[in-house]
Design a protein around this ligand. Structure first.
Ligand code: BYC
Length: 325
């Protein structure tokens, strides 16, 4: 561990050397360790975007809680959306270990100064979308986030371990819902295919721009924050999903999708990168709706934050009085 708190703390060159050696040895950087400003900023950016994605990501599926077709499906969906709130909270806590302030990060999101994942700016038009989000979006999240369990920053990596366990339950509930619908009526099968058609390409975009247009990847990989490039993880997701689509009996909407014997991987078409740019810059189908909902929830939750703060102050004052008595 690159601890900086001893009286003989090494000079700046020594600190950098110690940091570099920690990364090279595949050991973890912890909150009290010295780290370069760029490393800290990159982590705050990525962790905050990830936290915001979890919180905004509650909306598209959350809209179906009151419309779920059975009590069992409602309970499952409720639990999943609640897990996403929990993921957001672990991640905001991880960002706070880097000196960020959760209220400030929330303000940045609400003011449009920080991003969240493009995927949550698409509408959920039928209950099949709940299944496809579990299958594709949580499946993509697993491909992207399992390697983050080995991220060089300790609190982020540890948060990811628990998040990934929950994501794999989320993915299976989505796939199980789709299997059930595919065993149903023609109308239900058509609903699943329609949801697959709408969510496939946006799911591939979750992995970020192609490697040659990803400004942050090289440095993030050198710091071992990211362990694989955007294109590598996208490829893994395609390879993982194709056999699952066959088993389910749906068609993935890509005429260029085929197995490449030589590469031992699937070839696939190019996502519409202009669409990704539009969605990231606030011009996707649901950006305004998502942000409006988030702002309203924040304003309507002000009394809860005030009450919690007043309660914490009262508890602290009582503890102090108790200690003095
Ligand atoms: N959407 O240089 P790049 C979940 C931005 S939550 C929006 O490749 P990087 C779930 C990128 O931030 C899923 N923005 O960046 C929740 C950067 O912008 P800035 C969320 C995107 O960071 C509820 C710029 O484009 N997952 O699974 O090296 C229900 C250039 O990109 C996107 C995470 O957050 C995008 N798709 O790589 C269900 C995982 N792609 O900041 C499920 C953690 C790129 O320079 N994050 N941008 O202005 C990561 O792994 C990486 O941050 C990314 C991007 C792969 C996403």
């Amino acid at each position: 561990m690159a601890t900086t708190h001893s009286a003989e703390a090494p000079d700046r060159d020594g600190l950098q050397e110690h940091f570099d050696a920690t990364i090279t040895r595949d050991q973890r950087i912890e909150p009290r360790d010295w780290m370069p400003d760029g490393y800290r900023k990159t982590l705050i950016r990525q962790i905050a975007q990830h936290a915001h994605s979890e919180i905004i990501g509650m909306q598209p599926e959350g809209e179906w809680i009151t419309k779920a077709p059975s009590l069992r499906r409602k309970a499952i969906l409720f639990a999943k959306v609640q897990d996403e709130a929990g993921h957001g909270l672990y991640l905001y806590s991880a960002a706070e270990t880097l000196g960020a302030d959760r209220a400030d990060l929330t303000a940045r999101l609400i003011e449009g100064r920080q991003k969240y994942s493009s995927i949550f700016n698409y509408p959920t038009l039928s209950f099949a979308d709940v299944g496809v989000i579990g299958w594709f979006v949580d499946g993509a999240a697993i491909c992207n986030q399992v390697p983050l369990c080995r991220s060089s920053y300790g609190p982020y990596a540890r948060a990811m371990v628990r998040i990934c366990k929950e994501e794999s339950f989320h993915q299976r509930q989505g796939y199980e819902l789709l299997l059930t619908m595919m065993r149903g009526t023609d109308a239900q099968r058509a609903m699943v295919q329609d949801a697959v058609d709408r969510w496939w390409w946006p799911s591939l975009m979750m992995f970020g721009p192609p490697d040659d247009a990803s400004p942050n990847s090289a440095q993030s990989m050198a710091w071992k924050i990211k362990r694989h490039s955007n294109d590598e993880l996208r490829q893994r997701f395609v390879d993982m999903t194709v056999p699952q689509a066959d088993k389910l009996g749906v068609r993935l909407p890509d005429p260029e999708l085929r197995w490449n014997e030589e590469r031992g991987r699937h070839d696939f078409g190019t996502p519409d990168w202009d669409e990704l740019k539009r969605v990231i810059t606030g011009n996707g189908p649901c950006n305004d709706r998502r942000m409006e909902r988030r702002r309203t929830a924040h304003e309507e939750g002000a009394w809860v934050r005030e009450a919690a703060t007043a309660h914490a102050a009262k508890q602290a004052a009582r503890a102090k009085d108790g200690a003095a008595a």
